[in-house]
Design a protein around this ligand. Structure first.
Ligand code: DAK
Length: 257
């Protein structure tokens, strides 16, 4: 049986690849369970400092699997907590997760990319929330994360017209961190992930937690959270090592503590 989620380790980076090419990586239970299991494993691995989630050249993921959900009724969706189960695993990861998006990231695929901490897009990437064409609506954060990323006007435009946004527009509007030529996407993303993973793991986690807080709190609360985390960084051996290394003009040797 084909494995619908593949994993690889590149130095200190854990790579998760969605592998359902025949369905443009449409997300079904096996895929979402596979992603969650891979995140669990990389989170538990002390040697991993950053995670990359990617798809194929043609599709990051063209959405939740339409064939799988087409006959659901309300009671089934409600009782089984449709899709919420495991979909949020990426969101709860404490290590940074970068989405490397090539081709289609539509519906649940776009939502899954937005659950990651940042998106690196190939110049071929296309983002969209086309659920309205299917007589339904985004259900995994599309109407909430998209306005926070690109503003209300563009989010309304995308969710209500179902049009796709290309990589250039996505970068201009703040949805993606970088646009990269398609053939270099994975290499450049892994390089950035290695850079991150080369720093002190507790500091990586504190920074992720603090930037994420900016999304979910008032400015004053966020600033307070940041200050507390910043103060606590002085309890780290890695802070002593990082500053000593700077003064001594050498490379720091972080110990992740
Ligand atoms: N589901 C299942 N199969 C899909 C699929 C999808 N989302 N997208 C593509 N495929 C399949 C196609 O059926 C086709 O299969 P065969 O006919 O070859 O067997 C194969 O992938 C290749 O697709 P096409 O032949 O259509 O390829 P094209 O290049 O012509 O077109 C396309 C590419 C991406 C424009 C087109 O495939 C397309 O429009 N796909 C559907 C996109 C879409 O509507 N996505 C949104 C789905 S709804 C929730 C969380 C999440 C969600 C809901 C709730 N909760 C937490 C509650 C999410 C909902 C959605 O994502």
């Amino acid at each position: 049986m084909t494995q619908v989620v593949l994993t690889e380790v590149h130095g200190k980076v854990g790579l998760i690849r969605i592998n359902r090419p025949e369905a443009l990586n449409a997300l079904n239970n096996d895929v979402v369970d596979g992603i969650a299991a891979a995140v669990d494993a990389f989170e538990a691995d002390e040697n991993i400092g950053c995670i990359v989630l990617t798809g194929s050249e043609k599709a990051f993921a063209a959405g939740a699997d339409i064939g799988f959900m087409k006959d659901f009724d309300y009671m089934h969706a409600y009782k089984t907590d449709f899709i919420t189960r495991n979909w949020e695993r990426i969101k709860t990861a404490r290590k940074p997760v970068i989405a490397a998006v090539s081709g289609f990231a539509l519906g649940g695929g776009c939502e899954m990319a937005m659950m990651c901490d940042m998106i690196f897009a190939a110049d071929t990437a296309k983002f969209g929330q086309p659920e309205i064409k299917l007589g339904t609506m985004p259900g995994a954060g599309g109407t909430q994360r998209l306005p926070r990323a690109v503003g209300k006007a563009k989010a309304m435009d995308l969710c209500l017209t179902a049009r796709m946004m290309d990589a250039a527009e996505a970068e201009k509007s703040g949805l993606v961190a970088r646009v990269i030529p398609a053939e270099q996407l994975l290499e450049d993303t892994l390089k950035a992930a290695q850079t991150i993973a080369g720093f002190s793991l507790p500091v990586i986690m504190m920074i992720k937690e603090s930037v994420s807080r900016a999304y979910e709190s008032s400015l004053n609360e966020g600033l307070l959270f940041e200050r507390r985390a910043f103060h606590s960084s002085f309890a780290l051996e890695d802070q002593k090592e990082g500053m000593a290394a700077f003064i001594e003009k050498r490379k720091p040797a972080f110990k992740n503590r």
